[in-house]
Design a binder for this molecule. Structure first.
Ligand code: BJ8
Length: 426
């Protein structure tokens, strides 16, 4: 394996903290992924990506920049990939799923904000994440208050551009968001001298359409009974989509989806003990390397068959952007903006679409029970959990809402999950 330390040092990464992160990550990966039998062979690629997430992938980004490209570090599924690609750039999700960076964040930020925000912010303050250091610009959004205000402070450490995401999907909200996407394109042009032309927007739309369709095909294959792939493996693919090269990721996920379909055709399930309780996880995203809830649920003998998360179905929600009829850059940008606006994030009000989407996923994936994933201090998902819980109960769907962060609260969580899964068996 190559020695990436000189590259990390050049980027200004704190090697001591980074070593600790890599060591903890390696142990968790061995425990949750590599030690499991009966995984699809195509998962080997994703194992490789994780092993090289801070090495080879960072080198690729630096080489891309040497060839004249630019790299944006992002925190949300609302950043329109098509516009970035068409302008000659590349967007990567930033680290934000680990406890190790939180003490750095808490030396600056109040403690009572969500762990995802604190972890991401701490990765920058502690200089632990090479993606933060390799990025030319960070792109935040105003989805929730925690994020909106944190990006102001993050801007003191690294330049951060913030996209204003509306909170209603009415005509005024649509007009605001279309304006934001146009402003974003103009900003990329001004800053990086890269005009996203109509032809390049169309090409980029095809690339990202294929990528989202590939991930959706993998999720489709998980509808089979017995389920042919562990939730942990599928979640990993949904996390890696934020980091990997779009073209290569698409190919590899198509391969994985093909293998998973073949397993389903042969009746191969993830365990030899027959079908397990099928769980849908809904709620706040699980940024890499947040695998806690899946590991607990699957460790207790159930299987996660679907994630209604931004590291899950929300990533490919209404995934196809059709630019075939667009006659100008502005028309194309509006069409792109409309697709992103349709994503049912809890920051919107009202948000009937998300409720309907959860109920539809329960039906389509033959779900036995729903676990709602709420990150501590996340008001949007905590409050939306109330209505979702009510709707699920009205449809006689068992539901458990758990609030968690990145600390080791597994004892408490395990007790609640055990009781929930026992109840499903009765
Ligand atoms: S589109 S879900 S990625 S905003 S968990 S930071 S909401 S306090 S992450 Fe998200 Fe975009 Fe929406 Fe998806 Fe705030 Fe809640 Fe924290 Fe959250």
């Amino acid at each position: 394996m190559a020695d990436w330390r000189p590259m990390w040092e050049d980027l200004g990464v704190s090697l001591k903290c980074h070593d600790e992160l890599i060591e903890a990550l390696g142990k968790a990966y061995e425990q949750f992924f590599l030690s499991r039998a009966n995984r699809p062979k195509a998962m080997e690629y994703f194992d490789f990506v994780v092993s090289e997430a801070h090495g080879l992938r960072i080198k690729e980004l630096l080489e891309f920049k040497e060839r004249g490209g630019f790299v944006l570090g992002t925190f949300c599924v609302y950043v329109p990939d098509e516009v970035v690609t068409a302008a000659g750039g590349l967007a990567v999700g930033l680290c934000g799923g680990a406890q190790i960076s939180i003490p750095f964040a808490e030396s600056v930020l109040p403690r009572n904000i969500c762990p995802l925000i604190k972890s991401a912010f701490g990765f920058k303050v502690g200089r632990i994440c090479p993606y933060f250091e390799a990025a030319d610009l960070l792109v935040g959004e105003t989805t929730c208050d925690g994020k909106k205000k944190t990006w102001e402070i993050l801007n003191d450490y690294k330049e951060t551009e913030t996209l204003v995401v509306p909170h209603r999907k009415d005509e005024a909200g649509r007009a605001l968001w279309r304006g934001e996407v146009r402003r974003f394109a103009a900003m990329l042009d001004e800053r990086f001298g890269a005009v996203p032309s109509l032809a390049r927007l169309k090409e980029a739309a095809e690339l990202h359409n294929r990528k989202r369709a590939a991930l959706e095909a993998l999720y489709e294959a998980r509808k089979a009974v017995p389920t042919p792939i562990a939730g942990l493996d599928a979640l990993l693919a949904a996390q890696i989509v934020y980091y990997d090269d779009a073209e290569r990721f698409t190919r590899k996920v198509e391969e994985l989806a093909g293998e998973v379909r073949a397993r389903a055709g042969d009746g191969v399930g993830v365990t030899e003990n027959g079908e397990l309780a099928r769980i849908l996880i809904a709620g706040a995203p699980m940024a890499l390397p947040n695998w806690k809830l899946h590991a607990l649920i699957e460790g207790l003998g159930a299987v996660v068959v679907c994630e209604e998360l931004c590291t899950g179905t929300r990533y490919f929600h209404n995934g196809r952007v059709d630019l075939s009829g667009a006659r100008s850059v502005d028309e194309a940008l509006d069409t792109i903006a409309d697709r992103y606006l349709s994503i049912p994030c809890a920051c919107f009000t009202p948000n009937r679409e998300r409720l309907e989407s959860v109920l539809e996923l329960v039906r389509a994936y033959k779900v036995d029970g729903v676990v709602q994933h709420v990150l501590s201090f996340c008001h949007d998902y905590a409050l939306e959990a109330v209505r979702i819980e009510r709707a699920l109960k009205e449809h006689d769907v068992p539901v458990l809402t758990v609030e968690t962060d990145y600390s080791d609260d597994t004892g408490q969580l395990r007790t609640r999950l055990e009781a929930f899964l026992e109840m499903l068996e009765k």
